[in-house]
Design a protein around this ligand. Structure first.
Ligand SMILES: Nc1ncnc2c1ncn2[C@@H]1O[C@H](COP(=O)(O)OP(=O)(O)OP(=O)(O)O)[C@@H](O)[C@H]1O
Ligand SMILES: [Mg+2]
Length: 463
């Protein structure tokens, strides 16, 4: 054995077998078989990297061998060898899962190229599968923390609905774990090996959101210089997570409702509907019933989304989970930052238990991270090491932040959050709490400013 990948060549004509072998033998280990029966027999004991199958052969033909391979659930890439008159059959073979086909008499360079492409493609697919299952295994409710009966109820519901195609609406305050639950639903469903697409409806300006979701045809509006595939199409066979659905405009809500009901989308400027098979999971930190009363959320869409609701309780309603979460984040963050093992003193834990956690689990995670990286080197972390803003006013991103990020003592995300909070608070105060004016100063919209404020836990009186 040479250690090179093995390529199987099946053809009833010795001349063809030999010429294919001659072309490939320098780069790959080649094995030839004269008929379908022998190929199937050989495949029982061997797993090549690629197979070339002649279509027309007496006895078991190439298509039947291909079907046999696919039934065995093998990922083996197959390239069909075909005489020009059987090209139609070759197309059928592609539908059965062949990677490509080559017409005889073949071009030497083309043969080499197709072979290396097929092998490379199979390698990539294997890699994607591997990554997907690694990512997927992280997102199981088993890895989520919560012994409280409120969280146990959540986990039970997720376990029951994940395998179904049902639309799920996840509600809960900022930082309660909505995105984590959305991922758990996708990765514990039969769609786990397909794509999970996340769209944050609050982060995309309303006029762009429609084409982001449904795509557009070239020239359908002034900026549309090229065709764009929408996220619904990208999520086909998988899951689309619509985060912050409460921020979607009523006109787009109507379009979304139609997609959910018909199972088909319409590209902006497109001529006809396209079928899509997408499971939708939506989340919001808002009270949609209240938005319905206020007239900004459509009741019909709400009932369509609300088939199953998962409500994530705020952290202050499940204090018994706080010590578990602390332990979890201390472990996670010490590992992430390569810090020596540490624990939080009992008084520190008690201090944290007494805090109302407006930013919920995310805030707790950030506080633990900050405390760990800033605490003096000692085994047990005391109350003094807790961030001052837990007891005093809001934090500011001081001049040392840059260095702390560069030294790896603070995460970039956290520094950016602190900076953003600081700037927004300052802009609001200068605008005398007029959010529209503050938004203009910051070059954003009031809607997006409000969303960022909620996310960062900035409470301000409306001027
Ligand atoms: N039960 C839990 N166990 C472990 N980690 C959790 C749990 N809930 C939330 N987290 C962590 O808290 C952080 C915030 O969670 P997530 O982003 O899912 O919240 P969210 O509700 O989507 O927040 P937002 O409304 O701000 O978007 C994440 O880092 C997540 O991993
Ligand atoms: Mg979220």
């Amino acid at each position: 054995m040479t250690g090179k990948p093995v390529v199987l060549i099946v053809d009833d004509e010795a001349g063809v077998r030999e010429s294919v072998r001659m072309v490939l033998k320098d780069d790959w280990e080649t094995v030839t078989q004269p008929c379908g029966e022998d190929a199937i027999e050989w495949l029982k004991e061997n797993s090549p990297a690629l197979a070339f199958l002649d279509i027309l052969m007496p006895g078991i033909d190439g298509l039947e061998v291909l079907e046999h391979i696919r039934e065995g659930d093998s990922e083996l890439p197959v390239v069909m060898l075909t005489a020009t008159k059987t090209v139609r059959t070759a197309v059928k073979a592609m539908k059965l899962g062949a990677f490509d086909y080559i017409t005889k008499p073949f071009d030497v360079d083309e043969l080499r190229m197709v072979a290396s492409r097929a092998i490379k493609n199979a390698d990539l697919l294997r890699e994607v599968d591997q990554l997907r299952s690694e990512v997927g295994s992280q997102y199981s409710v088993d890895n989520m923390i919560g012994e409280s009966s409120l969280m146990q109820d959540v986990f039970n519901t997720v376990g029951r609905v994940a395998p179904l195609k049902t639309t799920v609406l996840i509600s809960g305050e900022s930082g309660t774990g909505k995105e984590l639950i959305a991922k758990a639903i996708h990765y514990n469903s039969p769609r786990a090996s397909e794509t999970l697409v996340t769209i944050n409806c609050a982060a995309i300006p309303d006029n762009l959101l429609e084409s982001e979701l449904f795509g557009h045809e070239k020239g359908s509006f002034t900026d549309a210089s090229a065709k764009k595939i929408g996220q619904f199409e990208i999520a086909d066979k998988g899951t689309l997570f619509l985060d912050e659905i409460g921020e979607m405009s009523p006109s787009l809500q109507a379009k979304l409702l139609r997609v959910l009901e018909e199972g088909e989308i319409m590209r902006v400027g497109g001529s006809g509907p396209l079928q899509v098979d997408v499971r939708v999971v939506a989340a919001t930190h808002r009270d949609l019933r209240k938005l319905i009363e206020e007239g900004t959320f459509r009741a019909d869409l709400f009932y369509r989304l609300n088939v199953v609701t998962v409500t994530l309780p705020p952290l202050r309603d499940r204090p018994e989970d706080i010590p578990l979460l602390i332990r979890h984040f201390v472990e996670k963050k010490t590992k992430e930052h390569g810090l020596p093992p540490r624990t939080l003193g009992q008084d520190t834990v008690e201090q944290l238990l007494g805090y109302p956690w407006p930013g919920n689990v995310r805030e707790l995670e950030n506080v633990i991270e900050r405390t760990l990286v800033l605490a003096p080197d000692c085994d047990e972390i005391g109350v003094n090491s807790l961030p001052p803003d837990m007891t005093a006013g809001p934090s500011t991103a001081g001049p040392g932040t840059r260095q702390m990020v560069l030294d790896g003592r603070k995460s970039l995300d956290l520094a950016v959050d602190e900076f953003e909070k600081d700037i927004i608070e300052e802009a609001l105060s200068r605008a005398r709490h007029n959010q529209t004016r503050a938004a203009r100063t910051l070059g954003t919209t009031r809607r997006i400013l409000k969303y960022r404020m909620d996310k960062l836990g900035i409470e301000q009186p409306e001027a």
